[in-house]
Design a protein around this ligand. Sequence first.
Ligand code: HEC
Ligand code: HEC
Length: 337
Amino acid sequence: MRTGSKVGIAMAAMVFACFLASNPMAAFGQSPSQSQSAAITAAEAWAFAKQGSPGAPTASAATPNPHQLVHVAGSTRTYTQAQIDDTIPDWFPQDHPAMPKIVSTGHKPVVEGCGGCHLVNGAGVPSTAALAGLPRAYILEQIAAFRADERGVSTVATLQTMPKEARGLAAADLQLAADYFSKMKFLPHTRVIETATVPKTHWHYFVLRPDGDGARESLGERIIETPSNFQDYAANSDRVSFIAYVPPGSIERGAIIASQGVHGAQTCESCHGGDLQGVGNIPPLAGRSPTYIVRELILFRLGKRTNPGAAPMRAEVSRLTLQDLIDVAAYAGSRKS
Ligand code: HEC
Ligand code: HEC
């Protein structure tokens, strides 16, 4: 996510914490047991991006020098830190077609360039979403949903950015952005690794960053997704890659949920297609960020995605436990697109 939006998001994080504390039952409509509710509420700590957390190491968060020159491996370009913070760097122009202005710069202060948060190739980061390869009609539908506050506004920090963005977006720009991203080939950039223990991490610039002292902790029922190289992430490089640590056995269990179904839920493949490649206007899931996928599953489960098109998903996830959501997100993220 671009630094420009960070303050607003940090404030919104508090709103989300209060929402969960004060409204646990409203969140669960038709859900099963209380313990499941508590488990899903607890998942907020790792699935929804936060700017920082108390006691997190601060050395890495020191204010960068705005005049410092920044490079990323493989690019011939150089930007100052200030340019990275205030504009959208284009490290690898050869990797994508010419960008419409709405993607590369936006029209500040009303709308920010999509590339700043979704990367200029639309590959996305865990706190946003991959737009590359999404069906055009699905993109238009979701923008309408954001405008109508049908995707969880006022609950989750980072969720507050898109409704504002969508409302500011001119019709012609929306068409240009939808064309650009729907035609872009999605290249998965997340390696999904099963493990019982993970590096200890803290939130930094809306992503989980390893503490850097080698300390590890138990993964438990979580997904911990972290940039392979934090400098690439901080430089907004569109060649950034991520590692998603997932629980042992989750990929195989997720495969069963996707292809055979559990607890009477339909198979994911019956709607999202073989190997979760997407069908018609139903979005592809293969190779996308497991954190993004599980966050959306939680939002469906909490009844927070309320546009009419989301109804089948709300019914689907009402039958699944948090462990199922994690397993199927791990499986989907591990597929090739
Ligand atoms: C300031 C950051 C920011 C900017 C700028 C931004 N987005 Fe987003 N966008 C987000 C976040 C965060 C999400 C994920 C919301 C969630 O978790 O549900 C998102 C999600 C989306 C989704 C939903 C994807 C899906 O798979 O359902 C679409 C579509 C989208 N954005 C389109 C755009 C377009 C088009 C632009 C440019 C006009 C844009 N965004 C600019 C932050 C941003
Ligand atoms: C009955 C059809 C159906 C089934 C079964 C189904 N889905 Fe979906 N799914 C949809 C539709 C339709 C959407 C788009 C929702 C919208 O338009 O807002 C969607 C959206 C999603 C999204 C949001 C994608 C994004 O980019 O934001 C995720 C994640 C998802 N489904 C995961 C799953 C998983 C995992 C399963 C199996 C456990 C599953 N779905 C089963 C129809 C289905």
